[in-house]
Ligand binder design. Structure first.
Ligand code: IYR
Length: 228
């Protein structure tokens, strides 16, 4: 017990196993339909959708409950264009300037990605998630955050799923290095750009590589194997 967080009872209703399984199968069907896209529609998306997606992200568990994330949402075409120009400049060095190792290029080849990030001019929103290596206190100082990557990664996962629930598409774009986002979006030094999300509806004629998920046996092992 402490003064900051008085404890309260938490007793969500216990679901019958069959009902839980029914729900998780439906969730899996929905999650499995999600794909990253690189061709977006310019159709507008209300700010309210972005707000709901960030509300969902904001429920993520975090180290010491310090919630070390900040989502910055941009719809202004001029700012989106500046982001595009800066992202493409970095990506040209990656793809054409040899900054990607041959092994990396080979891994990317089946996806057909390149330095053209024209979707950044098309999408109604760019949302950049920043990770806070320290977080502001109510007194105006900064305190160190813990497990920042883990916390922000989980928040971004929830953000992606919330967009998908609304029929919106995104792409986890990390135009490494991303320092230009700090500058363009005028972020303070304790925030580090984490993932750039173009957000919108999939464009007419968008295609995705016909990927499959790895089989459960490769994603999950019970240990010991015969211990069930
Ligand atoms: N950031 C680059 C390169 C890239 C890297 C990985 I790993 C990908 O899965 C996809 C792209 C780009 O956005 O093109």
């Amino acid at each position: 017990m402490n003064d900051l967080y008085p404890f309260r009872v938490y007793s969500p209703p216990r679901l019958p196993i069959e009902e839980g399984l029914r729900r998780v199968r439906a969730l899996h069907r929905h999650l499995d339909e999600r794909r990253s896209v690189r061709l977006f529609s310019a159709d507008p998306v209300p700010a309210e959708c972005i707000e709901w997606a960030v509300r969902c992200a904001n429920t993520a568990p975090s180290g010491a409950h310090l919630q070390p994330w900040k989502f910055v949402a941009v719809t202004d075409a001029g700012i989106r264009h500046r982001i595009r120009e800066a992202a493409e400049a970095e990506e040209r060095q990656n793809y054409e300037g040899g900054r990607l190792t041959p092994e990396w290029r080979e891994a990317l080849a089946p996806l057909g990605t390149d330095s053209d990030k024209s979707y950044l001019d098309v999408v109604p929103w760019i949302v950049v998630c920043f990770a806070e290596k320290s977080v502001p206190t109510p007194e105006g100082s900064l305190r160190k955050a813990y497990y920042v990557n883990e916390s922000v990664g989980i928040a971004c996962g929830l953000f992606i799923e919330a967009l998908h629930t609304m029929g919106l598409a995104t792409l986890t774009h990390t135009p490494n290095p991303m320092a230009f986002l700090t500058e363009i979006l005028e972020r303070p030094a304790h925030e580090r750009p984490y993932i750039l999300f173009p957000v919108g509806y999939p464009g007419p004629g968008a295609t995705v590589p016909d990927l499959t998920r790895k089989p459960l046996e490769e994603a999950l092992e019970f240990f010991p194997a015969n211990g069930l």
